[in-house]
Design a protein around this ligand. Structure first.
Ligand code: CTP
Ligand code: MG
Length: 186
């Protein structure tokens, strides 16, 4: 149980880091350039910016590279040996990039979906808000390296991630709200 949680957080870290970092350092020009769709609603909204995307992906990559360095030194946390992101260096970098890009693209895709539902920027969409980036990260990672993905994400690990992520998300967003980088505590 504890082992599953440790491995889940470890493997998901390059997908967890991009969103909060985008919230801290994002802003500026929105990706949709302020454009609306035929329904009169914004394509993505002001909450999805180029800077957030770039900073987020970069930070996800950096944390992953750091993790790769730790793995090569055989890092263990409370007796649990932490897994690598691939069998080769190039393979690991690809998985890490897929995780961090997938995380932000999943989030962006759901903003598109939220705007189509008529929800304003920042309006909550329970469950989706908490898991969109996880699903995006998994989809990208599966496409980038199906072998690594299926070998590492067992059914139990997937369940663990689906259970712990909303809790971690809630805690980070409450922190983000109080330090002033999030407009809403969700
Ligand atoms: N952010 C950004 N660029 C991104 C993703 C996030 O600049 N690609 C920043 C924005 O400042 C955004 C904040 O991170 O307001 C929080 O992200 P999120 O909760 O995903 O955006 P919301 O403002 O809630 O908008 P939405 O309703 O579209 O989810
Ligand atoms: Mg939001």
């Amino acid at each position: 149980m504890i082992e599953l949680i440790i491995i889940a957080i470890w493997l998901m870290l390059p997908a967890y880091v991009p969103n909060p970092l985008a919230a801290v350092f994002g802003g500026g020009k929105p990706i949709d350039g302020g454009r609306t769709m035929g329904d009169g609603k914004r394509i993505l909204g002001d909450g999805k910016t180029y800077r957030g995307l770039l900073v987020g992906i970069t930070c996800g990559l950096l944390i992953g590279l750091l993790q790769m360095g730790l793995v090569s030194n055989g890092i263990a946390v409370s007796g649990v040996t932490l897994p690598a992101f691939g069998i080769s260096t190039a393979g690991s970098v690809i998985v890490i990039l897929a995780m961090s890009c997938g995380s932000l693209f999943g989030d962006m895709f759901m903003s598109f979906f939220k705007r189509r539902l008529g929800l304003k920027r920042g309006a909550p969409l329970p469950v989706i808000d908490q898991l969109d980036f996880v699903l995006g990260a998994w989809m990208f990672t599966y496409l980038a390296s199906p072998v690594w993905f299926t070998a590492n994400f067992s059914a139990w690990l997937i369940v663990t991630v689906l259970v712990i992520t909303p809790m971690l998300h809630l805690v980070t967003n409450i922190i983000g709200y109080f330090i002033g980088v999030k407009n809403e505590p969700w």
